[in-house]
Ligand binder design. Structure first.
Ligand code: NAG
Ligand code: NAG
Ligand code: NAG
Length: 771
């Protein structure tokens, strides 16, 4: 353990206490916390080609392969009443490797849950939250402004996310078993900075003096321990943007939080493997497949059924599988680690700060410009300009902190489960300020700085450069641009209105008015689901106000130790929320605070009402329902028409193979290229497009690395735009501690032929030696 060398006696004591706590918890007899806990996880990668990525709104940033896969990770906590065995209360939290939650997705998931489980799960007790990766397929939101660069709605993206959430909730539901929950928190200093410090500085100096940093450094972690199996999950919240991958990245990625989750799940699985509690090696493809399918464990087999029962019978004889599913040797639930988003608004993972591309010096402090231009001012990650390395470093820092908190988590949650939720029309809320003044919110609008973007990705939604030239969707909606009314201009001041999104309804609503707010409670832990990106100080004010209310209204049930955490980008999306003072400065975050200068005050007022209702055990009245816009969506991304190869070549043939008799070692890069087909034909969900296999002692090829591994990149491309031909490049950077032996690389794909039939194919390289 890396921190053992720290020779502080106090620290030793804490460490020993922590170790005793964690070993005690994993061997604990069925405990008396009374909770049932379940975790689940499912692939939501979606279309790995052609679809514009959500986040930077860069029309040129279309997916073209996979860095790591995206997942929906879920925990459910249910409370067993002491007098009645039937479960009384439960909450569901889903963390998505996606840029944000979407009202359309939330609506659809809730509908599916209702069909499956009746009233057990509803908008009241289900939270669906996005990690804010900027490297996932877009087109899954229902409001116009959020689907302009994806050329409208993308059904394939939407379905992958909805299906994955549903599957991860089903897993967690089926896994519900007695267990306990521990909470821990600590500071992580080197993984985030403030990207709009000039706005932060406009907050009152007295308030700023209460805090050491201009971003929140605290990570809060929940550790889920099954009474029989030991730890089954860890979810933590830490505020940092998913912008370690830049706006030029084309590979689908969970960004820093996705990497952290991947590292922590592997860390835990490896621990089990070392203890011999997990089955990871020496298997034969056919054996594994039949043993898994014959298991009564429905959850495990469901991963494979799709392949074995493919109705067209055209699946390849060898089934590409995700290497991680090979860990599924027992009925033990898979360990799920999730890195969730918090008050992310003004944070950046680009910790070296924003520097001018032309001069190499720091950008203008107040405007983030270089010689007056924003596009030259770029935030630098720790390994700039290597996005992949920066992503891994920021992910690794979160992972290491999470492990430390996980190992030291001794504070057990106990007490009741509760939740309150309400929809509100943010375009016209009356707000009573503490000063006694009555103010109100405004219809949504974005200001001019919105078009300038941020130092993480300058020029987001860059209308000025007129990407409507190549964007049919933009042309259709462009006609809807309308000048704001006088009252709106006044209400939004000092924001100069660029697009009056809240009052634009053609072809359908441009921005939300009705949004959900929600509080989930497990004992002394309280989660605030906000449908936006709160800035650091906005988040602090909201947390403090809610905590104050809980303590004041509950008669002793809540106290200063109550943990209040913001779950950002949850259940729906409405851009940013700054403080009133930050709004005055009108940086990108202020320009993107939709409902005017009093947006935060409105949130605080309404959350305090929810908190009071929760504390006093009262109901909240029903609010308005958010619109269902799914049926109105325009989808303009053309489908795959046809895949082809040059004459004399077939799908899966090598364009660049490894040389004969070649050999490699740790740190070397093996790069091979196949004739391929569009990855949109089959998403290979819970499977892989690329596989590194090793020859074992019995002369069987066994999977070693797949397209969800950090060392393996699956890159796809066409020789020119609209060409039916395409190729896949697989890049394997041989990792440390690789098992020496004979290896080969395979590519799995699906090609669309004339008359629309899709046929699967495999390509396989020559074998090579790794020593
Ligand atoms: C337990 O609760 C369920 C659901 O509320 C109810 O239908 C059932 O009658 C209760 N059983 C007992 C023994 O009270
Ligand atoms: C930023 O703006 C503030 C307020 O206008 C001003 O006082 C300050 O000098 C500016 N800082 C820089 C570095 O330009
Ligand atoms: C590869 O190795 C084999 C066996 O040692 C040998 O027969 C063959 O000629 C080698 N091929 C090349 C291209 O070096």
């Amino acid at each position: 353990m890396a921190y053992l060398h720290m020779a502080s006696c106090l620290f030793c004591f804490v460490l020993i206490a922590g170790l005793m706590g964690s070993s005690a918890s994993s061997t604990a007899s069925p405990d008396s916390s009374g909770y049932l806990i379940g975790t689940g996880s499912y692939d939501i990668t979606g279309p790995a080609a052609d679809v514009n990525m959500m986040g930077y709104a860069n029309p040129l940033q279309n997916a073209a392969g996979i860095h790591i896969r995206l997942r929906a990770r879920t925990f459910i906590v249910a409370e067993k009443s002491s007098t009645n065995e039937s479960i009384q209360n439960r909450i569901v939290f889903v963390n998505l490797d996606a840029c944000m939650a979407s009202q359309a997705v939330t609506n659809k998931v809730l509908q599916r849950l209702k069909n499956r489980y009746g009233d057990m799960y509803s908008e009241k007790n289900v939270a669906i939250s996005g990690t804010h990766t900027h490297s996932g397929p877009g087109g899954y939101l229902q409001y116009v402004l959020y689907i302009i660069t994806s050329m409208g709605f993308v059904r394939r993206s939407f379905d992958a996310i909805v299906d994955g959430i549903e599957n991860s909730i089903i897993q967690a539901h089926d896994n519900l078993r007695p267990g306990s929950i521990f909470v821990n928190h600590g500071d992580l200093l080197d993984a985030n900075i403030n990207r709009s410090p000039s706005a932060y500085l406009n907050n009152p100096s007295k308030e700023r003096a209460l805090y050491q940093y201009n971003v929140d450094k605290q990570m809060t972690l929940l550790k889920f321990v099954d009474s029989e199996w030991g730890p089954v999950g860890a979810f933590n919240w830490f505020a940092v943007h998913g912008t370690s991958m830049s706006r030029d990245n084309k590979l689908i990625s969970g960004d820093n939080k996705g990497v952290a989750a991947r590292l922590m799940e592997d860390w835990y699985d490896n621990q089990l493997a070392e203890k011999g509690e997990w089955f990871i090696d020496s298997f034969d493809t056919a054996d594994i497949l039949s043993s898994v399918i014959s298991k009564s464990d429905k959850r495990a087999s469901s991963r494979f059924v799709r392949f074995s029962s493919a109705s067209d019978g055209k699946r390849p004889e060898v089934i590409p599988r995700r290497v991680r599913s090979l860990f599924q040797g027992t009925s033990r639930p898979r360990f799920v680690a999730a890195f969730c988003q918090s008050n992310v608004g003004d944070t950046s993972p680009n910790v070296q700060g924003a520097v001018c591309l032309d001069t190499g010096i720091a950008c203008d402090f107040n405007h983030s410009t270089c010689s007056g231009r924003s596009e030259l001012c770029i935030g630098r990650g720790p390994a700039y300009p290597d996005d992949f390395a920066s992503t891994t470093i920021i992910g690794d820092r979160q992972f290491k902190k999470a492990v430390q908190l996980f190992d030291g988590a001794t504070k057990q949650l106990s007490g009741t489960i509760g939740y309150r939720q309400k929809h509100l029309d943010f375009s016209k809320l009356e707000v009573d300020l503490p000063s006694g003044e009555k103010v109100h919110t405004c219809p949504a609008a974005v200001g001019f700085s919105f078009a300038a973007g941020t130092t993480d990705g300058p020029g987001a939604f860059d209308f000025k450069q007129g990407d409507h030239q190549g964007n049919t969707f933009w042309r259709i909606v462009g006609a809807a641009l309308k000048p704001p009314a006088k009252s709106q201009i006044k209400c939004q001041q000092p924001k100069p209105v660029l697009i009056d999104t809240g009052e634009m309804t053609k072809p359908y609503s441009w921005a939300p008015s009705i949004l959900p707010i929600q509080i989930l409670r497990v004992g002394q832990m309280v989660l605030l689901s906000v449908p936006a990106e709160f800035t650091t100080m906005a988040g602090r004010r909201l947390r403090d106000a809610v905590k104050e209310t809980l303590i004041a209204e509950s008669g002793g049930e809540f106290n200063k130790d109550t943990v209040v955490v913001i779950a950002g980008l949850t259940n729906a999306y409405s851009q940013y929320v700054t403080t009133y003072e930050e709004y005055e400065i009108q940086r990108y975050e202020g320009a993107s605070t939709l409902y005017g200068p009093h947006t935060l005050s409105a949130y605080i007022q309404e959350f305090q009402k929810l908190a009071a209702a929760l504390a006093k055990g009262e109901d909240v009245e029903e609010g308005p329902s958010p619109p269902l816009l799914l049926d109105k969506q325009l989808e303009l991304l053309p489908p795959v028409v046809l895949d082809s190869t040059p004459s004399g070549s077939s799908f899966g043939d090598l364009i660049e193979d490894v040389p004969s008799n070649s050999s490699y070692t740790e740190g070397d890069i093996v790069k091979v290229k196949f004739w391929s087909a569009c990855p949109r034909n089959d998403l290979f969900t819970e499977s892989t497009f690329a596989l590194v296999e090793r020859l074992d002692n019995d002369e069987n090829w066994v999977p070693a690395y797949d397209d969800d591994d950090l060392c393996l990149r699956f890159m796809w491309g066409r020789p020119f735009l609209k060409s039916p031909q395409s190729f896949a490049t697989i890049r394997w950077e041989i990792p440390d501690r690789v098992v020496p032996g004979v290896y080969r690389i395979r590519h799995f794909g699906a090609a669309k032929h004339f008359f629309g039939s899709v046929r699967h194919f495999i390509g396989t390289t020559k074998s090579f030696v790794v020593y």
